[in-house]
Design a binder for this molecule. Structure first.
Ligand SMILES: Nc1ncnc2c1ncn2[C@@H]1O[C@H](COP(=O)(O)OP(=O)(O)OP(=O)(O)O)[C@@H](O)[C@H]1O
Ligand SMILES: [Mg+2]
Length: 227
């Protein structure tokens, strides 16, 4: 399954806990493709890119916002497991922590760390994990954390660091096998995406889909639809 996004989703503006109508449509459709058509085997999906700055965190936020609306229908958790370059908290203008790192290394109660964005969406920011990513990932508490989340939420979206640069996402596939790869359309080399796929699959991951982020349409989109 490949999904294209051409949505400009500014992340440098005052708290954006909502999406534009167009973005809501695009990401609701991605949500449905993942969770309602059997692409994802469970209720947890990891978002990852081959190389840095492809739009993984932006896509993870938009997907979680779209999936948690209309508020209250489903309980969604968005987890920032990119302990290298965490951004979810900044995008959604949340407190910097505590977060995932403190839950796993200090056995903090997840409920005390969750930040509520809407009645349908809780966010777990990365916390103070810089430089400790592998220690956190090696902990037995990672599995326990996701088991606890699975009891409290209907769907869980996990943001991770670029897999061709860091081993984190590959390690995490042992706990979360379903992966959506995010790539910048017209920019990410095909070989880099192939390499990412190989790494994730070597860890036990299954590629549930590919998001072509920031796709541009040099000719009008309706023409594409006819060819
Ligand atoms: N669809 C989009 N619309 C507008 N801006 C976008 C979009 N996708 C990404 N960006 C911008 O591109 C930059 C990188 O995006 P983002 O931080 O989401 O990428 P990332 O893959 O998570 O990066 P990292 O490798 O650091 O984790 C950000 O400035 C973000 O605002
Ligand atoms: Mg990111």
């Amino acid at each position: 399954m490949t999904q294209a996004t051409d949505q400009a989703i500014p992340n440098n503006q005052p708290a954006r806990a909502t999406l534009s109508r167009k973005a809501q449509d695009v990401f609701s459709s991605l949500w449905a493709s993942l969770f309602y058509s059997g692409k994802v085997s469970g209720q947890v999906v990891m978002l990852c890119s081959a190389v840095r700055q492809e739009g993984t965190s932006t896509t993870a936020c938009a997907l979680a916002l779209a999936g948690s609306m209309p508020s209250g229908a489903d309980r969604v958790a968005l987890v920032d497991f990119n302990l290298r370059t965490p951004l979810i908290g900044r995008i959604l203008k949340l407190d910097r922590g505590p977060g995932v790192c403190e839950i796993i290394t200090e056995s903090r109660d997840p409920a005390s760390v969750a930040q509520r964005v809407s009645s349908g969406l809780d966010v777990y920011v990365a916390g103070q994990g810089r430089g400790r990513s592998l220690d956190v990932l090696k902990s037995q508490n990672v599995g326990e954390f996701f088991r606890m989340l699975a009891e409290g939420y209907d769907y869980i979206i996990v943001d991770t660091a670029a897999v061709n640069h860091y081993p984190d996402a590959q390690i995490l596939t042992g706990t979360i096998p379903d992966v959506v790869l995010v790539s910048r359309a017209e920019k990410t080399p095909r070989e880099a995406v192939a390499q990412a796929k190989k790494r994730l699959e070597a860890g036990g991951g299954v590629i549930a889909g590919l998001v072509m982020n920031l796709r541009t349409y040099p000719i009008p989109r309706f023409v594409y639809k006819r060819v």
